[in-house]
Design a binder for this molecule. Sequence first.
Ligand SMILES: [Zn+2]
Length: 140
Amino acid sequence: MKNLGLVLLLVGILLCIVSLSMDTSVEVPERTHGEGEFKITTPKSRVNNLGLMNDQQNYILLSCALALIGALIFIFGKNTPNKYSDNLEYQDDYKKCPQCAEQVKAEAKICRFCKFEFSDVQNEIDWDELARKVNEGKNK
Ligand SMILES: [Zn+2]
């Protein structure tokens, strides 16, 4: 979640820079008006194109909005736990002993407090319980 915000923020900033450096002018080729001695030649020049300038404005607005959303997700995403990754981190550390309710190392086969032997079934993770624990830990 947080990473998504960061990506959005970076993409938004990048788009903003790109649209700011966007060329809004169009080339007007050398043109000849009139005939004979009244002939006027306008030299080749670049003029700003209103349509392109409008597009540029839209792009800047869009990229700013994107960056803003990204920043918001980045800031507030921190407080919404990513269940999957948080649980994975938690899984690497501890599990709760079903007999004495103490936290023991996730890889332990015997509880160090009550010598309870974990079976394969008990080694499976109780996701909801873990999510609750993770949230409890964060609120401290
Ligand atoms: Zn135990």
